[in-house]
Design a protein around this ligand. Structure first.
Ligand code: SF4
Ligand code: SF4
Length: 307
């Protein structure tokens, strides 16, 4: 059966407009469920219906196919991909498969995912360790010190790039200190300011001691009118292929799969008052974070570790 010519090709973009030499894609599909029960999270212990899981899988496979097809369709562009699912992706086989596949594509520099590290790690042996990376978060109320540390040691032994993060809740401080002390020295432990919490200097000090870059997270960054790489060399993509500049500015730039997003690419100042999430403000040009995290912007690994 032949394909009707008026249907959009799922992987061929609009010919003509060249993509930038390097494009970072922040992907978030319909998945919104997690095996953990963190009290500070709306996705705690949420379940997705079988229909949502099927849709999430199909959307992720389509996205992966699109990136793979850029080797021929956009030969001048290299890609980096960060999966930022609501909830936990790596307990789903299709996220692991996508990571394995993308890691082996020569035009993909980096493929990373945010994860609670609850799943097994053996599948990472099938990845290209030169391009795969994990942004892991340690949730002390959900997993024991020994279990998380064991997983981290498995990653280190396999040569997988990863960072470890903790949410800066006061009740997590002792657990974070203990994790820092036991992690290999070269593993960066970052601290995210807890949502809605304002830290006095005295309260911030112990977190800053754990994470030399905590000051970037401690307070939101005023961003309105400032240059930000999103919309130009960094894009947010959802499961339908709708493209926005970042996860926080809800203005569609077009669609990935029909190529309509290409016309919307270009430099533009941030329209929001402030940016308080690392996956956003790391791209603000007025901060020096591309230097600080050189080589590890997506997985949040600084170029220099201070331990
Ligand atoms: S592990 Fe992450 S997604 Fe899951 S409940 Fe905790 S904060 Fe939410
Ligand atoms: S500064 Fe943050 S909110 Fe503003 S455009 Fe950049 S990523 Fe988006």
């Amino acid at each position: 059966m032949s394909t009707p010519v008026d249907l959009p090709d799922p992987v061929r973009g609009r010919p003509g407009a060249p993509l930038p030499p390097h494009l970072t894609l922040l992907y978030r599909g319909p998945l919104a469920s997690c095996d953990y029960d963190c009290p500070y999270c709306p996705f705690a212990k949420r379940r997705d219906s079988p229909g949502t899981l099927r849709a999430d899988r199909a959307a992720l496979e389509r996205f992966t196919e699109w990136v793979a097809a850029r080797a021929e369709e956009a030969p001048g562009t290299r890609f980096s991909v960060l999966f930022t699912p609501w909830g936990e992706g790596l307990v789903r086989s299709w996220y692991r498969r996508a990571m394995v596949r993308l890691s082996h594509l020569p035009h993909v520099e980096r493929v990373a995912i945010q994860t609670n590290l609850s799943g097994r790690t053996a599948w990472l042996a099938d990845c290209d360790r030169g391009s795969v990376a994990l942004w892991t978060t340690y949730h002390p109320g959900e997993v024991s010190h020994e279990r998380f540390l064991g997983k981290a040691r498995e990653l280190a032994a396999m040569g997988v790039r990863f960072s470890v993060g903790v949410v800066g809740q006061p009740e997590h401080l002792e657990a974070a200190r203990r994790m820092r002390a036991d992690l290999p020295g070269e593993v960066y432990l970052w601290v995210n300011a807890a949502e809605g919490l304002t830290y006095t200097d005295a309260e911030a000090a112990p977190w800053q001691e754990l994470d030399p870059y905590f000051h970037y997270s401690r307070t939101p960054h005023a961003s309105r009118g400032l240059p930000c790489r999103t919309g130009e060399s960094v894009l947010s993509v959802n499961g339908d292929g709708d493209v926005r500049r970042c996860h926080f500015v809800d203005v569609p730039l077009g669609n990935l799969y029909d190529g309509s997003f290409e016309a919307g690419l270009g430099p533009a100042p941030c329209p929001l008052t402030s940016c308080d999430c690392h996956i956003g403000y790391v791209h603000l040009e007025t901060l020096d974070l591309y230097d600080v995290f050189r080589g590890g912007v997506l997985e949040r690994i600084p170029a220099v570790t201070h331990r």
